[in-house]
Design a protein around this ligand. Sequence first.
Ligand SMILES: C[S@@+](CC[C@H](N)C(=O)[O-])C[C@H]1O[C@@H](n2cnc3c(N)ncnc32)[C@H](O)[C@@H]1O
Length: 207
Amino acid sequence: MALDLGDRLFAAAYERCLPDSPAAFAWRRHLLRQARGVTVEIGAGTGANLPAYPPVERLILTEPSPAMRRRLAPRAAAAGAELLDASAEHLPFAAHTIDTVVCGLVLCSVPDQAAALAEIRRVLVPEGRLLLFEHVRSDEPEAAAWQDRVDLPWRVLARGCHLNRDTLDAIRAAGFTLAELHPLELGMPGERYVPHIAAVAVAPSVA
Ligand SMILES: C[S@@+](CC[C@H](N)C(=O)[O-])C[C@H]1O[C@@H](n2cnc3c(N)ncnc32)[C@H](O)[C@@H]1O
């Protein structure tokens, strides 16, 4: 495979930003307590969520970036998790076979968010859970306008991460119901401009 310097640099830089603040990690843990059965994490990165998982029937991590996967592989193995090269828009699972899907800071980065959410809905069992720790578009017009202004340079720096996506609307539009929604206060500088949420979305009861 051709050397992708951007991919390697981003993975190295991302890993240096981890672990999260204790407040952020506490929210990851709160969400992941709800993981059950066959659990798939989308875009698991360098494995920030791994220490927060309870025992589940089967834990499958997907990650399309070779550099992220290289860092993640030993951690996945130590945690007894499987690791697959797959993107959110094309999940290698049959329809309605997955009990829980986990997304951590990933719906900002997938190139086609609507396709990714449709694919997550396809693989989840009826009433399966989608556990989300994400940054989202601000409800405040001034902060949202700032997100729109800096989105392009941010996307270039952060390998496709969009600051201004209305991820909650997209989740509802994909047919999920929000069973829990927590706007987070993580004590981060500039938090007003990059609001985060923890949420639990439920797939429709009929496949
Ligand atoms: C900001 S990192 C988050 C990593 C990790 N989930 C976390 O919580 O720290 C975004 C991740 O999304 C992954 N990603 C980008 N496009 C993706 C896609 N189409 N499908 C699945 N993952 C994707 C990236 O490779 C990267 O690992």
